[in-house]
Design a binder for this molecule. Sequence first.
Ligand code: NDP
Ligand code: MG
Ligand code: MG
Length: 333
Amino acid sequence: MAKMFYDADANLELLQNKVIAVLGYGSQGHAQAQNLKDSGLKVLVGLRRGSARWSQAEAAGLEVMTVAEAAAKADVIQILLPDERQSAVYKAEIEPHLKAGKALVFSHGFNIHFGQIVPPQDVDVFMVAPKGPGHLVRRTYEEGAGVPCLIAVHQDAGGQAHDLALAYAKGIGATRAGVLETTFKEETETDLFGEQAVLCGGVTELMKAGFETLVAAGYQPESAYFECVHEMKLIVDLIYEGGMSWMRYSISDTAEYGDMTVGKRIITEETRKEMRKVLTEIQNGEFAKRWLLENQVNRPAFNAMARAEAEHQVEKVGKELREMMPWLKKRGQ
Ligand code: NDP
Ligand code: MG
Ligand code: MG
């Protein structure tokens, strides 16, 4: 088994005399900044002037300033800006403030791995990448738990980059759940593959395909939603808690027989072949290029697809049904 690191392996004191800048206060930024502060570390939040999140961060008791000011004052600079904007902000507002001995931190390897950010040799460059959404990074920390994370060292100028990464991981609560050491290449490629083929792209298309099949065959959209979307969480929760065998123990034998005989007819050799192609396009940089170019032309394809997705029948039915489940906190539109 790969080596895992836990609380006892990490020394928070390495960060105690340092100033940490968390740049961005979105999903990861708000979570990491508050967790680090609650772990007793000195945190500055860097945002652009006029950001609606400025007052949110201040309300959480954090000191907020511009990205450039925070980068200038901090020893450890965690870049939690959107991946596609990081290189421009880095050039204009971070790079001028880098000095020997500072550390640059990422939660995703995209910009380093694909060469969009090339830091000077005399700074540490490492990654602390939570394997979960920011809101869970915060919520689990508050509950005394944590989200597992990956760490990786790209440049070890000061000789302590690995230990600093572990200390940072401890500061956000990740060493409670487990920290795995990886490389920027492995994190970037597996993260992109996971979100595209399995977690986000794979799951939403599977749900929609099931939903559409039932609705087209004349079943009520509400039944189709419960079967193909709502129940997904309940099933995944069981797998998360105790693996596939625990999920299969909990479902009926009828469901288990159907699961084992039909699943392979849905995810076929054809699907696996396409997965390998998707992985190749990530590895050879084709996906990164497409995404960076899409941003340079202000995202016409992204916007059109996002609109069509939001208007899908599964979203309309789901919204109505969720409104009848008051224990679900209302999110999104
Ligand atoms: P979000 O989109 O949620 O937040 C981005 C933040 O950056 C916002 O606070 C935004 O503030 C700020 N921002 C955007 N543009 C600028 C700019 N030009 N100057 C200054 N501030 C700016 O990002 P995420 O938290 O999703 O992602 C951050 C990093 O974490 C990425 O590298 C991502 O891959 C990684 N990551 C994210 C995960 C997640 O859970 N979302 C999981 C693991 C890794 P405003 O718009 O108010 O100015
Ligand atoms: Mg990702
Ligand atoms: Mg059933």
